[in-house]
Write a protein that binds this ligand. Structure first.
Ligand SMILES: [Zn+2]
Length: 453
Protein backbone atom coordinates (compact mmCIF):
# COMPACT_ATOMS: atom_id res chain seq x y z
CA UNK A 1 0.00 0.00 0.00
CA UNK A 2 1.12 3.50 -0.73
CA UNK A 3 0.05 6.47 1.32
CA UNK A 4 0.02 9.97 0.05
CA UNK A 5 -1.09 13.02 1.88
CA UNK A 6 -3.26 15.20 -0.33
CA UNK A 7 -5.29 17.70 1.61
CA UNK A 8 -8.44 19.18 0.21
CA UNK A 9 -7.02 22.67 0.33
CA UNK A 10 -3.98 21.55 -1.67
CA UNK A 11 -6.19 19.76 -4.13
CA UNK A 12 -8.31 22.80 -4.78
CA UNK A 13 -5.46 25.30 -4.60
CA UNK A 14 -3.49 23.37 -7.16
CA UNK A 15 -6.49 22.95 -9.37
CA UNK A 16 -6.99 26.72 -9.14
CA UNK A 17 -10.43 26.30 -7.58
CA UNK A 18 -11.72 28.24 -4.64
CA UNK A 19 -14.80 27.77 -2.51
CA UNK A 20 -17.41 29.43 -4.67
CA UNK A 21 -19.55 30.29 -1.71
CA UNK A 22 -21.45 27.03 -1.70
CA UNK A 23 -19.83 26.05 1.55
CA UNK A 24 -18.95 22.53 0.48
CA UNK A 25 -15.25 22.82 -0.21
CA UNK A 26 -14.29 23.44 3.39
CA UNK A 27 -16.30 20.49 4.58
CA UNK A 28 -15.57 17.89 1.94
CA UNK A 29 -12.33 16.11 2.68
CA UNK A 30 -10.99 13.84 0.01
CA UNK A 31 -9.42 10.50 0.76
CA UNK A 32 -5.74 10.79 1.58
CA UNK A 33 -4.77 7.17 1.21
CA UNK A 34 -3.97 5.73 -2.13
CA UNK A 35 -4.25 2.00 -2.48
CA UNK A 36 -2.07 0.56 -5.19
CA UNK A 37 -4.25 -0.39 -8.09
CA UNK A 38 -4.40 -4.12 -8.50
CA UNK A 39 -4.58 -4.02 -12.29
CA UNK A 40 -1.92 -6.63 -12.86
CA UNK A 41 -3.26 -8.95 -10.18
CA UNK A 42 -6.70 -8.62 -11.75
CA UNK A 43 -5.29 -9.41 -15.17
CA UNK A 44 -3.57 -12.55 -13.84
CA UNK A 45 -6.86 -13.58 -12.24
CA UNK A 46 -8.50 -13.25 -15.64
CA UNK A 47 -5.73 -15.30 -17.25
CA UNK A 48 -6.39 -18.19 -14.87
CA UNK A 49 -10.14 -18.09 -15.45
CA UNK A 50 -11.65 -20.08 -18.35
CA UNK A 51 -12.82 -16.79 -19.91
CA UNK A 52 -9.82 -15.04 -21.41
CA UNK A 53 -9.82 -11.25 -21.18
CA UNK A 54 -9.89 -9.48 -24.50
CA UNK A 55 -7.64 -6.55 -25.28
CA UNK A 56 -10.78 -4.43 -24.94
CA UNK A 57 -11.34 -5.73 -21.38
CA UNK A 58 -7.79 -4.84 -20.44
CA UNK A 59 -8.14 -1.37 -21.91
CA UNK A 60 -11.33 -0.82 -19.89
CA UNK A 61 -9.69 -2.05 -16.67
CA UNK A 62 -6.68 0.22 -17.19
CA UNK A 63 -8.88 3.22 -17.98
CA UNK A 64 -11.02 2.62 -14.91
CA UNK A 65 -7.98 2.20 -12.64
CA UNK A 66 -6.30 5.39 -13.80
CA UNK A 67 -9.49 7.47 -13.75
CA UNK A 68 -10.21 6.37 -10.19
CA UNK A 69 -6.67 7.21 -9.08
CA UNK A 70 -6.89 10.70 -10.59
CA UNK A 71 -10.39 11.23 -9.19
CA UNK A 72 -9.39 10.74 -5.57
CA UNK A 73 -5.81 11.98 -5.67
CA UNK A 74 -5.47 14.69 -8.33
CA UNK A 75 -3.28 16.42 -9.27
CA UNK A 76 -1.01 13.58 -10.37
CA UNK A 77 1.62 13.33 -13.09
CA UNK A 78 1.80 10.49 -15.63
CA UNK A 79 4.91 9.18 -13.84
CA UNK A 80 3.09 9.08 -10.49
CA UNK A 81 0.18 7.31 -12.15
CA UNK A 82 2.53 4.73 -13.59
CA UNK A 83 4.16 4.17 -10.17
CA UNK A 84 0.83 3.94 -8.36
CA UNK A 85 -0.93 1.71 -10.88
CA UNK A 86 1.97 -0.56 -11.78
CA UNK A 87 1.12 0.09 -15.45
CA UNK A 88 3.89 0.88 -17.94
CA UNK A 89 4.52 4.55 -18.84
CA UNK A 90 3.45 3.76 -22.42
CA UNK A 91 0.09 2.30 -21.30
CA UNK A 92 -0.48 5.23 -18.94
CA UNK A 93 0.36 7.63 -21.77
CA UNK A 94 -2.19 6.01 -24.10
CA UNK A 95 -5.02 5.89 -21.57
CA UNK A 96 -4.38 9.47 -20.41
CA UNK A 97 -4.37 10.68 -24.02
CA UNK A 98 -7.80 9.04 -24.41
CA UNK A 99 -9.16 10.62 -21.17
CA UNK A 100 -7.81 14.06 -22.23
CA UNK A 101 -9.33 13.64 -25.65
CA UNK A 102 -12.70 12.74 -24.12
CA UNK A 103 -12.51 15.92 -22.03
CA UNK A 104 -12.68 14.08 -18.68
CA UNK A 105 -9.18 15.17 -17.61
CA UNK A 106 -7.31 18.44 -17.93
CA UNK A 107 -3.61 19.25 -17.88
CA UNK A 108 -3.15 21.68 -15.00
CA UNK A 109 0.31 23.17 -14.72
CA UNK A 110 3.53 21.32 -14.09
CA UNK A 111 5.55 19.88 -11.21
CA UNK A 112 9.29 20.39 -10.83
CA UNK A 113 11.31 17.21 -11.29
CA UNK A 114 14.91 16.59 -10.31
CA UNK A 115 17.15 17.12 -13.28
CA UNK A 116 14.52 16.27 -15.88
CA UNK A 117 11.77 18.09 -17.72
CA UNK A 118 8.94 19.45 -15.53
CA UNK A 119 6.08 16.94 -15.31
CA UNK A 120 2.58 17.94 -16.35
CA UNK A 121 -0.06 17.45 -13.68
CA UNK A 122 -3.40 15.93 -14.53
CA UNK A 123 -6.68 16.81 -12.90
CA UNK A 124 -10.38 16.35 -13.52
CA UNK A 125 -12.37 18.63 -15.76
CA UNK A 126 -15.19 19.69 -13.38
CA UNK A 127 -17.42 20.76 -16.28
CA UNK A 128 -17.17 17.45 -18.16
CA UNK A 129 -20.50 16.36 -16.73
CA UNK A 130 -22.83 16.69 -13.78
CA UNK A 131 -24.55 14.47 -11.22
CA UNK A 132 -27.85 15.01 -9.45
CA UNK A 133 -28.16 13.84 -5.85
CA UNK A 134 -31.63 13.56 -4.31
CA UNK A 135 -32.53 12.96 -0.68
CA UNK A 136 -36.13 11.86 -0.37
CA UNK A 137 -37.10 12.31 3.27
CA UNK A 138 -40.48 11.94 4.88
CA UNK A 139 -40.95 15.67 5.34
CA UNK A 140 -38.87 17.11 2.50
CA UNK A 141 -37.08 16.38 -0.74
CA UNK A 142 -33.65 17.92 -1.26
CA UNK A 143 -32.19 17.96 -4.77
CA UNK A 144 -28.67 19.10 -5.65
CA UNK A 145 -26.86 19.33 -8.95
CA UNK A 146 -23.08 18.96 -8.63
CA UNK A 147 -20.20 19.02 -11.10
CA UNK A 148 -17.86 16.11 -11.82
CA UNK A 149 -15.88 16.86 -8.63
CA UNK A 150 -19.11 16.95 -6.56
CA UNK A 151 -19.02 20.71 -6.03
CA UNK A 152 -22.52 22.07 -5.71
CA UNK A 153 -23.84 24.06 -8.66
CA UNK A 154 -27.42 24.56 -7.53
CA UNK A 155 -29.99 23.08 -5.19
CA UNK A 156 -33.67 23.08 -4.30
CA UNK A 157 -35.63 21.86 -1.31
CA UNK A 158 -39.31 21.09 -1.27
CA UNK A 159 -41.36 20.49 1.86
CA UNK A 160 -43.85 17.65 1.70
CA UNK A 161 -47.31 18.17 3.13
CA UNK A 162 -48.72 15.54 5.46
CA UNK A 163 -50.70 13.78 2.73
CA UNK A 164 -47.97 13.86 0.03
CA UNK A 165 -46.81 10.29 0.10
CA UNK A 166 -48.39 8.52 -2.87
CA UNK A 167 -45.75 7.18 -5.28
CA UNK A 168 -47.11 9.35 -8.11
CA UNK A 169 -46.87 12.48 -5.91
CA UNK A 170 -43.27 11.73 -4.94
CA UNK A 171 -42.42 11.09 -8.62
CA UNK A 172 -43.98 14.46 -9.56
CA UNK A 173 -41.94 16.28 -6.89
CA UNK A 174 -38.71 14.65 -8.09
CA UNK A 175 -39.36 15.27 -11.79
CA UNK A 176 -40.39 18.91 -11.18
CA UNK A 177 -37.37 19.50 -8.91
CA UNK A 178 -34.91 18.05 -11.44
CA UNK A 179 -36.38 20.13 -14.28
CA UNK A 180 -36.33 23.33 -12.19
CA UNK A 181 -32.68 22.77 -11.25
CA UNK A 182 -31.60 22.05 -14.82
CA UNK A 183 -33.35 25.21 -16.06
CA UNK A 184 -31.95 27.29 -13.17
CA UNK A 185 -28.37 26.14 -13.75
CA UNK A 186 -28.70 26.16 -17.57
CA UNK A 187 -27.43 22.61 -17.84
CA UNK A 188 -28.82 20.39 -20.60
CA UNK A 189 -30.18 17.02 -19.44
CA UNK A 190 -27.70 15.23 -21.76
CA UNK A 191 -24.82 16.62 -19.69
CA UNK A 192 -26.06 14.87 -16.54
CA UNK A 193 -24.18 11.60 -16.14
CA UNK A 194 -26.55 10.13 -13.57
CA UNK A 195 -29.10 10.76 -10.84
CA UNK A 196 -28.71 9.11 -7.43
CA UNK A 197 -31.63 8.94 -5.01
CA UNK A 198 -31.52 8.15 -1.29
CA UNK A 199 -34.92 6.86 -0.09
CA UNK A 200 -36.40 6.10 3.31
CA UNK A 201 -37.16 2.46 4.16
CA UNK A 202 -36.00 -0.76 2.52
CA UNK A 203 -34.82 -0.40 -1.07
CA UNK A 204 -33.93 -3.11 -3.57
CA UNK A 205 -31.09 -1.13 -5.11
CA UNK A 206 -30.56 -3.57 -7.96
CA UNK A 207 -34.19 -3.64 -9.12
CA UNK A 208 -34.88 0.02 -8.24
CA UNK A 209 -37.86 -0.92 -6.09
CA UNK A 210 -38.91 0.68 -2.82
CA UNK A 211 -39.65 -2.58 -1.05
CA UNK A 212 -41.02 -1.24 2.19
CA UNK A 213 -41.54 2.31 3.42
CA UNK A 214 -43.79 1.71 6.43
CA UNK A 215 -44.37 5.37 7.16
CA UNK A 216 -45.88 5.89 3.72
CA UNK A 217 -47.55 2.50 3.45
CA UNK A 218 -45.39 1.68 0.40
CA UNK A 219 -44.91 -1.96 -0.56
CA UNK A 220 -42.91 -2.94 -3.67
CA UNK A 221 -43.27 0.39 -5.46
CA UNK A 222 -41.38 0.22 -8.83
CA UNK A 223 -39.98 3.70 -8.31
CA UNK A 224 -37.13 3.39 -10.81
CA UNK A 225 -39.55 2.40 -13.57
CA UNK A 226 -41.91 5.29 -12.74
CA UNK A 227 -39.04 7.80 -12.76
CA UNK A 228 -37.26 6.40 -15.77
CA UNK A 229 -40.43 6.88 -17.82
CA UNK A 230 -40.21 10.62 -17.09
CA UNK A 231 -36.50 11.40 -16.79
CA UNK A 232 -34.22 10.13 -19.52
CA UNK A 233 -31.07 10.09 -17.42
CA UNK A 234 -29.61 6.96 -15.71
CA UNK A 235 -31.04 6.72 -12.18
CA UNK A 236 -29.67 4.78 -9.18
CA UNK A 237 -31.69 4.21 -6.01
CA UNK A 238 -30.64 3.17 -2.54
CA UNK A 239 -31.61 3.65 1.07
CA UNK A 240 -30.76 7.16 2.37
CA UNK A 241 -28.58 5.89 5.21
CA UNK A 242 -26.56 3.78 2.74
CA UNK A 243 -26.13 6.84 0.51
CA UNK A 244 -24.94 8.83 3.52
CA UNK A 245 -22.49 6.06 4.47
CA UNK A 246 -21.00 6.23 0.96
CA UNK A 247 -20.49 10.00 1.35
CA UNK A 248 -18.95 9.60 4.82
CA UNK A 249 -16.63 6.91 3.56
CA UNK A 250 -15.51 8.69 0.41
CA UNK A 251 -15.56 12.32 1.51
CA UNK A 252 -16.21 12.54 5.27
CA UNK A 253 -14.19 11.99 8.41
CA UNK A 254 -14.91 8.24 8.26
CA UNK A 255 -12.71 7.67 5.22
CA UNK A 256 -10.11 5.71 7.19
CA UNK A 257 -12.59 3.54 9.11
CA UNK A 258 -13.15 -0.07 8.09
CA UNK A 259 -15.91 -0.67 10.66
CA UNK A 260 -18.45 2.06 11.16
CA UNK A 261 -22.11 2.84 11.62
CA UNK A 262 -23.86 5.83 10.11
CA UNK A 263 -27.00 6.84 12.03
CA UNK A 264 -29.68 8.80 10.23
CA UNK A 265 -31.99 10.49 12.72
CA UNK A 266 -34.85 12.47 11.20
CA UNK A 267 -38.60 11.79 11.08
CA UNK A 268 -37.64 8.14 10.78
CA UNK A 269 -34.52 6.57 12.25
CA UNK A 270 -32.23 4.36 10.17
CA UNK A 271 -28.60 3.35 9.92
CA UNK A 272 -26.01 1.90 7.62
CA UNK A 273 -23.45 -0.67 8.69
CA UNK A 274 -19.98 -0.83 7.11
CA UNK A 275 -18.15 -3.99 8.17
CA UNK A 276 -14.55 -4.63 7.10
CA UNK A 277 -14.90 -1.86 4.52
CA UNK A 278 -18.04 -3.29 2.92
CA UNK A 279 -21.66 -2.19 3.20
CA UNK A 280 -23.61 -4.88 5.06
CA UNK A 281 -27.06 -5.30 3.50
CA UNK A 282 -28.23 -8.50 5.24
CA UNK A 283 -30.06 -11.50 3.76
CA UNK A 284 -32.87 -9.48 2.19
CA UNK A 285 -31.56 -5.92 2.09
CA UNK A 286 -33.04 -4.72 5.37
CA UNK A 287 -29.93 -4.62 7.57
CA UNK A 288 -29.54 -1.38 9.51
CA UNK A 289 -33.17 -0.91 10.58
CA UNK A 290 -31.80 0.23 13.91
CA UNK A 291 -34.79 2.54 14.51
CA UNK A 292 -37.00 -0.52 14.97
CA UNK A 293 -34.92 -2.21 17.64
CA UNK A 294 -36.91 -2.41 20.86
CA UNK A 295 -35.75 -0.23 23.76
CA UNK A 296 -38.96 -0.31 25.86
CA UNK A 297 -41.13 -3.47 26.06
CA UNK A 298 -44.82 -2.51 25.72
CA UNK A 299 -43.67 1.04 25.03
CA UNK A 300 -45.03 3.67 22.65
CA UNK A 301 -46.71 2.48 19.43
CA UNK A 302 -44.31 2.73 16.50
CA UNK A 303 -45.33 3.44 12.91
CA UNK A 304 -44.04 -0.02 11.96
CA UNK A 305 -46.86 -1.50 14.08
CA UNK A 306 -44.63 -2.68 16.93
CA UNK A 307 -44.22 -1.10 20.37
CA UNK A 308 -41.26 0.54 22.10
CA UNK A 309 -39.05 0.95 19.01
CA UNK A 310 -36.10 3.34 19.35
CA UNK A 311 -37.59 5.45 16.53
CA UNK A 312 -40.68 6.21 18.57
CA UNK A 313 -38.46 7.88 21.20
CA UNK A 314 -35.69 9.59 19.21
CA UNK A 315 -37.40 10.23 15.84
CA UNK A 316 -38.68 13.81 15.51
CA UNK A 317 -42.38 12.85 15.99
CA UNK A 318 -41.49 10.97 19.21
CA UNK A 319 -39.62 13.96 20.63
CA UNK A 320 -42.51 16.29 19.71
CA UNK A 321 -45.07 13.86 21.21
CA UNK A 322 -43.19 13.77 24.51
CA UNK A 323 -42.87 17.57 24.59
CA UNK A 324 -46.62 17.86 23.95
CA UNK A 325 -47.27 15.57 26.93
CA UNK A 326 -45.14 17.74 29.23
CA UNK A 327 -45.94 21.21 27.83
CA UNK A 328 -49.27 20.97 25.96
CA UNK A 329 -49.73 24.76 25.86
CA UNK A 330 -46.25 25.66 24.58
CA UNK A 331 -46.24 28.09 21.64
CA UNK A 332 -43.40 26.04 20.10
CA UNK A 333 -45.97 23.37 19.19
CA UNK A 334 -47.78 25.90 17.02
CA UNK A 335 -44.80 26.09 14.63
CA UNK A 336 -45.40 24.88 11.09
CA UNK A 337 -42.89 22.06 10.49
CA UNK A 338 -41.31 19.27 12.53
CA UNK A 339 -37.91 20.89 11.94
CA UNK A 340 -39.09 24.23 13.36
CA UNK A 341 -40.62 22.54 16.41
CA UNK A 342 -37.53 20.41 17.14
CA UNK A 343 -35.32 23.52 16.72
CA UNK A 344 -37.64 25.33 19.17
CA UNK A 345 -37.34 22.52 21.72
CA UNK A 346 -33.53 22.72 21.57
CA UNK A 347 -33.58 26.52 21.99
CA UNK A 348 -35.97 26.15 24.94
CA UNK A 349 -33.74 23.49 26.54
CA UNK A 350 -30.73 25.77 26.20
CA UNK A 351 -32.76 28.46 27.98
CA UNK A 352 -33.41 25.92 30.78
CA UNK A 353 -37.09 25.34 29.99
CA UNK A 354 -37.88 22.45 32.35
CA UNK A 355 -40.07 20.45 29.91
CA UNK A 356 -37.61 20.82 27.00
CA UNK A 357 -34.64 19.82 29.19
CA UNK A 358 -36.58 16.76 30.38
CA UNK A 359 -37.58 15.71 26.83
CA UNK A 360 -34.06 15.99 25.43
CA UNK A 361 -32.55 14.29 28.47
CA UNK A 362 -34.84 11.29 27.86
CA UNK A 363 -34.05 11.31 24.12
CA UNK A 364 -30.29 11.44 24.88
CA UNK A 365 -30.70 8.43 27.15
CA UNK A 366 -32.59 6.38 24.54
CA UNK A 367 -29.99 7.34 21.92
CA UNK A 368 -27.28 6.19 24.33
CA UNK A 369 -29.02 2.83 24.85
CA UNK A 370 -29.36 2.40 21.08
CA UNK A 371 -25.67 3.20 20.53
CA UNK A 372 -24.53 1.00 23.46
CA UNK A 373 -26.34 -1.94 21.81
CA UNK A 374 -24.57 -1.22 18.52
CA UNK A 375 -21.20 -1.05 20.30
CA UNK A 376 -21.75 -4.36 22.07
CA UNK A 377 -22.98 -6.09 18.92
CA UNK A 378 -20.68 -4.71 16.20
CA UNK A 379 -17.61 -3.15 17.87
CA UNK A 380 -17.38 -0.21 15.40
CA UNK A 381 -14.46 2.24 15.23
CA UNK A 382 -16.69 5.15 14.35
CA UNK A 383 -20.35 6.08 14.77
CA UNK A 384 -21.47 9.07 12.72
CA UNK A 385 -24.70 10.89 13.60
CA UNK A 386 -26.59 12.54 10.73
CA UNK A 387 -30.12 13.25 9.49
CA UNK A 388 -31.72 16.66 9.99
CA UNK A 389 -32.81 15.99 13.57
CA UNK A 390 -29.50 14.27 14.45
CA UNK A 391 -27.62 17.32 13.14
CA UNK A 392 -29.91 19.72 14.97
CA UNK A 393 -29.79 17.97 18.35
CA UNK A 394 -26.54 15.93 18.19
CA UNK A 395 -24.19 18.33 19.97
CA UNK A 396 -26.78 18.98 22.71
CA UNK A 397 -27.55 15.28 23.26
CA UNK A 398 -24.01 13.88 23.09
CA UNK A 399 -22.74 14.53 26.66
CA UNK A 400 -25.73 12.73 28.22
CA UNK A 401 -25.70 10.09 25.45
CA UNK A 402 -22.03 9.38 26.19
CA UNK A 403 -22.65 8.90 29.89
CA UNK A 404 -25.50 6.47 29.07
CA UNK A 405 -23.17 4.57 26.73
CA UNK A 406 -20.58 4.34 29.52
CA UNK A 407 -23.25 2.86 31.77
CA UNK A 408 -24.56 0.25 29.30
CA UNK A 409 -21.80 -0.68 26.82
CA UNK A 410 -18.93 -3.04 27.50
CA UNK A 411 -15.82 -1.08 28.49
CA UNK A 412 -13.39 -2.36 25.85
CA UNK A 413 -15.49 -1.77 22.68
CA UNK A 414 -16.86 1.51 24.14
CA UNK A 415 -13.28 2.79 24.49
CA UNK A 416 -12.47 2.35 20.80
CA UNK A 417 -15.75 3.75 19.42
CA UNK A 418 -15.54 7.39 18.33
CA UNK A 419 -18.97 9.03 18.22
CA UNK A 420 -19.47 12.32 16.41
CA UNK A 421 -21.94 14.42 14.44
CA UNK A 422 -21.42 14.30 10.64
CA UNK A 423 -19.20 17.08 9.30
CA UNK A 424 -20.87 16.80 5.88
CA UNK A 425 -23.97 18.43 7.36
CA UNK A 426 -27.32 18.23 5.66
CA UNK A 427 -25.64 17.59 2.31
CA UNK A 428 -24.51 14.14 3.41
CA UNK A 429 -27.44 12.18 1.96
CA UNK A 430 -27.68 14.14 -1.30
CA UNK A 431 -23.89 14.04 -1.81
CA UNK A 432 -24.06 10.33 -1.00
CA UNK A 433 -26.89 9.92 -3.50
CA UNK A 434 -24.83 11.75 -6.15
CA UNK A 435 -21.99 9.36 -5.25
CA UNK A 436 -24.22 6.42 -6.23
CA UNK A 437 -24.10 7.85 -9.76
CA UNK A 438 -20.42 8.78 -9.44
CA UNK A 439 -19.63 5.17 -8.53
CA UNK A 440 -21.14 4.03 -11.86
CA UNK A 441 -19.17 6.68 -13.70
CA UNK A 442 -15.89 5.58 -12.14
CA UNK A 443 -16.66 1.86 -12.32
CA UNK A 444 -18.89 1.44 -15.37
CA UNK A 445 -17.97 -2.22 -15.73
CA UNK A 446 -18.58 -2.94 -12.07
CA UNK A 447 -14.95 -3.96 -11.44
CA UNK A 448 -13.78 -2.86 -8.04
CA UNK A 449 -10.09 -2.45 -8.64
CA UNK A 450 -8.70 0.57 -6.86
CA UNK A 451 -10.28 0.37 -3.46
CA UNK A 452 -10.12 3.81 -1.92
CA UNK A 453 -10.40 3.64 1.80
ZN1 LIG B 1 -40.86 0.36 14.76
Amino acid sequence: MIYKSVSVSKRFRQAGRQDRGFGLVDRVIFPVKITRVKSLARIFEFMKSPIKPTTRDLRKINRQSLLELVYFNAPLSRLELSQLSGLSPATVGNVIAELLNDGILLEVGSQESQGGRPRTSLSLNPGYGYFIGIEVGETQIQIEIVDLTLQKVSHTRQSLSAGDFLPQQIVEYIVAGVNILLAQSEIAAERVLGIGIGMPGIVDHEMGVSVFAPNWGWQNVPLLELLQARLHIPIYLDNGAHAMALAERWFGAARQAENLMVLLIATGVGSSIIMSGELYRGASNSAGEWGHTCVQPNGALCRCGSHGCLESYIGAPGIIRRYRELAPDSAILMRRTQLEIVAGIREAAEADDVAAVQVLSEAAQYLGIGIANIINLLNPQQIVIGGWSGLLLGSYLLPKTRSTIDAYALKQPARVAQIYVSALGDHAVSIGAASLALERFLRPEGFSIARVS
